[in-house]
Design a binder for this molecule. Structure first.
Ligand SMILES: [Ca+2]
Ligand SMILES: [Ca+2]
Length: 360
């Protein structure tokens, strides 16, 4: 009788704990999630390959997770690393620690027509870096602080277009934006003649890479967890209008770069682990996973793959290059073509991958 009584009170206690845990999970959850639709597997008919396993590693060990890469007209390569450096590789093969920016959150970079470097910093906004030092170009928009600037590109008139990945979450917990699956991204424009910053688009699903077309008539902005990129018209009848450039990508787009032939290179992230796709349709699972970075690691497949695609100006995939299990490169965030080579940045590897395009 005593044992039965003990068992009853124990199971009552366990139930009460479970209930309290569940209430806590929902009440104190950092996210208010909705379901995220992943692209159907049939949307990626191109065969798997391991071409990205053939990269030559450059700057191995001296480049701490170089997220983005840019080259100037002379072929000097620039990258921003996690230790706050802008490092550059001269054509003679020597690396230089060029400028220390004292930030661990440098993301997208670009080189302007005048040869200056512009960088996105998650905490400070848009920065201009020259031989003489660093200036903040844009730190606020409409009175609000710009957080999580992600990637930037200059148009031929000197305007700088840049993305804000999320106005709600930061770089350290960006995956919560994916789990929440509500669009907090923006496309901004910095006008150098007026020194003003304006919002062009809001409600983007983690606004990430930005690139301008060869003819400067449109720009492409990628929405990471929407598995698509948008075309925003800069000129012509459709000026100011937005349409889908490419959707159902075989991965979540990060940075995008114009190729010399007018096509684009887009780096794609693996946002979910195999077999755990259901998490993106379960609000309860999302609340649970949001409680711990360890659980996020379990669900995200970022370190298990690298993919880049070459997409034509017509929005069709021309080529797909992969490291299917991430054994050489994973979490590849950018792909830049220069001189018949592809340069690959990553938030996982401590080098830049260099791939001769005649083997791809
Ligand atoms: Ca860039
Ligand atoms: Ca990015």
């Amino acid at each position: 009788m005593a044992l039965k009584h003990l068992l009853t009170s124990c199971s009552g206690f366990v139930l009460a704990c479970l209930l309290a845990f569940t209430v806590q999970l929902y009440l104190f959850s950092p996210i208010s999630p909705v379901s995220l639709e992943l692209p159907p597997p049939s949307s990626s008919p191109l065969p798997q390959n391991n071409i990205l396993q053939r990269v030559i590693k450059i700057g191995d060990g001296v480049l701490l997770k170089p997220e983005d890469i840019a080259l100037d007209k002379e072929g000097t390569l620039y990258t921003a690393t996690r230790d706050g450096w802008i490092k550059r590789l001269h054509r003679n093969g020597s690396w230089e620690d060029w400028k220390m920016l004292n930030s661990h959150t440098l993301l997208g970079i670009t080189i302007t027509n005048e040869g200056d470097l512009v960088a996105c910093d998650v905490d400070q906004g848009l920065l201009k870096v020259t031989e003489n030092g660093v200036t903040v170009l844009a730190s606020h928009v409409n009175g609000s602080k710009i957080r999580f600037a992600d990637d930037v590109i200059e148009a031929s008139d000197g305007s700088l277009y840049f993305s804000v990945a999320s106005t709600k979450f930061g770089l350290h917990n960006w995956y919560l934006d994916v789990l929440e699956a509500k669009p907090h991204g923006q496309l901004l424009k910095y006008d150098p003649s007026s020194n003003e910053t304006s919002i062009l688009l809001e409600g983007l699903g983690f606004a990430n890479g930005v690139a301008v077309s060869e003819d400067q008539d449109y720009l492409v902005v990628c929405e990471t967890w929407k598995f698509r990129c948008l075309r925003y018209w800069l000129k012509g009848d459709k000026r100011g209008q937005t349409e889908i450039f490419i959707e159902n990508l075989p991965g979540a787009p990060d940075n995008i770069n114009l190729a010399p032939d007018g096509s684009f290179w887009i780096a794609l992230l693996k946002l979910t682990s195999d077999g755990l796709e259901f998490v993106h349709s379960s609000r309860a699972a999302k609340h649970l996973i949001a409680t711990s970075g360890k659980l996020v690691e379990l669900v995200s497949g970022l370190h298990k793959k690298a993919t880049v695609v070459n997409v034509g100006a017509d929005g069709k995939i021309i080529k797909k290059l992969e490291d299917p299990n991430g054994s050489v490169m994973s979490f590849v965030t950018s792909a830049v073509e220069f001189d018949n080579h592809l340069y690959l940045g990553s938030l996982q590897n401590n080098f830049i991958g260099k791939l001769p395009l005649n083997v791809a």
